[in-house]
Design a protein around this ligand. Structure first.
Ligand code: FAD
Ligand code: NAD
Length: 463
């Protein structure tokens, strides 16, 4: 028997873990991936990115039919909701994609060890009573929903994101606790399908971490769509009686409390890293104050041979960030140099319109020095106008001295796709002039990116 069972043992098969496993196998290493869920793909494929986008996409069609957007283009339909069918197409997407990872594991000769893993030594993990030894172990255990103290998620009246994906009927009144990405995406789904949605956000604007212009514009758009926003307000309690929840709300700055009733409450106040039950104490690895596993630039933890990536380490909790770290950690383990540019990780909110950004916000950029900003409204973009998509803008932030692009922010129907151009430009150290003098196809939404870049020098054409 060889001294080690594997060159690399990966704990968790989310976008971080499964990508690391495949890349390590491609590099000639003997690899196994431990997964406790019934299917591969982690939060992202099972209860995150994929099922939420399936519901967002389907509900967007329903909304377009119901809110008159289709009628405006001469298509008169009265939509009828078949919620079981909508859920079925969500489950089908999940099944196909999680099955796809299983196929890729077989193709790349990655062993799937089924069960939850627990360290017993720095090179040994126990799964269902069996020990596996490996030269390298990658922690890719991801994250779970942060609970709200004193509030019990029963997945019936009070749900988390997983419960909110699966509601068997459209709530009459849904209160969303937390105006972040999950609250706005899943709140949008149920608003479009007919729920009266109220979002309670502790801060005085939605979407913390994004550019302030974007946060303000997003709030205007969601209000126009019929969402009620209660900003600067915190939920301090939720009491459930039968099928009704009574929430207690308090102004974040202090003041009198108020109560309101709802038949569905979504708790979406963030996610926390999964380290419980992992046996980190057995190897002397101590998470930081936020529960994250600290790593060096090469994804090594403080324990030799133990690496960590994805939601369990500091940084934005995003699938594409986890995937890129998965590739990089495998390359380091194989003796190569893996590279992830953490300054250029895009973020996208898949609402209608989409909200996207990469790099510094205007406030962050200003703190670093003098900047120039170009902004172009989607109203001035011929394709958006033709498609009846007047909301949003593109904003390019550049260094005033070097013209190098520092950040790009967009609200547009296809902002999530448009932002890729900004990522490539920033990876190559582009100036706003580089974007402005690049030919963009007409008529496309991406011309708004070019015009915003032209705006940095003060010379857009169509506004
Ligand atoms: P995860 O995907 O969380 O996977 C970790 C896996 O490890 C899990 O399957 C878990 O079962 C397993 N595991 C944990 N502990 C053990 C153990 N001890 N032994 C064995 N297995 C273990 N991000 C985006 O970029 N775009 C989106 O559109 C997006 N939408 C989202 C929507 C929702 C509703 C949610 C909840 C999240 C969304 N995210 C999105 C975030 C994204 O899902 C995460 O950032 C991503 O999944 C993190 O990948 P990961 O590999 O680090 O961990
Ligand atoms: P979040 O951090 O995006 O938003 C949580 C919000 O809840 C914050 O705005 C916070 O101020 C607010 N909040 C906290 N306590 C509160 C209280 N008591 N009352 C009212 N408001 C309160 O978290 P999330 O939306 O739960 O998402 C979790 C993670 O999942 C995010 O890090 C995100 O990156 C990831 N995710 C990404 C996508 C995407 O990329 N499209 C989609 C879904 C989730």
């Amino acid at each position: 028997m060889a001294e080690y069972d594997y060159d690399v043992l990966i704990i968790g098969s989310g976008p971080g873990g499964y990508v690391a496993a495949i890349r390590a196998a491609q590099l000639g290493l003997k690899v196994a991936c431990i997964e406790g869920r019934e299917t591969l793909g982690g939060t992202c494929l099972n209860v995150g990115c994929i099922p939420s986008k399936a519901m967002l996409h389907a509900s967007e069609y329903f909304d377009a039919a119901a809110n008159g957007a289709m009628a405006k283009m001469g298509v008169i339909v009265t939509p009828k909701l078949d919620l079981p069918a909508m859920h079925a197409q969500r489950l089908d997407a999940v099944k196909q994609l999680t099955g796809g990872i299983e196929f890729l594991f077989k193709k790349n000769k990655v062993d799937w060890i089924k069960g939850y893993g627990r360290f017993t030594a720095a090179d040994t993990v126990d799964v269902a009573g069996k020990s596996y030894r490996a030269k390298n172990i990658v922690i890719a255990t991801g994250s779970s929903v942060t609970p709200l103290p004193g509030v019990t998620v029963d997945q019936k009246v009070v749900v988390d994101s997983t419960g909110a994906l699966e509601l068997a009927k459209v709530p009459k009144k849904m209160v969303v606790i937390g105006g972040g990405v999950i609250g706005l995406e899943l709140g949008s789904v149920w608003r479009r399908l007919g729920a009266d949605v109220l979002v309670v956000e502790f801060l005085d604007q939605l979407l913390p971490g994004m550019d302030m212009d974007i946060r303000k514009e997003a709030a205007k758009i969601f209000k126009k769509q019929g969402m009620t926003l209660k900003l600067g307000t915190k939920v301090t309690g939720v009491a459930v009686k039968g099928s009704t929840a009574t929430l207690t709300l308090e102004p974040a700055a202090g003041g009198a409390a108020e109560t309101l009733d709802a038949d569905c409450v979504l708790v979406s106040i963030g996610r926390r890293p999964n380290t419980e039950g992992l046996g980190l104490d057995a190897i002397g690895l101590v998470p930081n104050a936020r529960g994250q596993i600290e790593i060096g630039h090469d994804f090594r933890t403080a324990i030799p041979g133990v690496w960590a990536i994805g939601d369990v380490v500091p940084g934005p909790m995003l699938a594409h960030k986890a995937e890129d770290e998965g590739i990089a950690v495998a390359e380091y383990i194989a003796g190569q140099t893996g590279i992830v540019n953490h300054a250029v990780i895009p973020g996208v909110v898949y609402t209608w319109p989409e909200i996207a950004g990469v790099g510094l916000t205007e406030d962050q950029a200003r703190e670093q020095g003098e900047i120039k900003v170009g902004k172009f409204p989607m109203l001035g973009n011929s394709r958006a106008k033709t498609n009846h998509e007047p909301d949003g803008f593109v904003k390019v932030i550049a260094d005033a001295r070097t013209d190098r692009v520092l950040g790009v922010w967009a609200i547009a129907s296809v902002a999530g796709t448009m932002i890729a151009e900004a990522c490539v430009a920033m990876e190559f150290g582009a100036t706003s002039e580089d974007i402005a003098y690049t030919c963009h196809a007409h008529p496309t939404h991406s011309e708004a990116m070019k015009e915003a870049a032209m705006g940095v020098m003060g010379k857009p054409i169509h506004i």
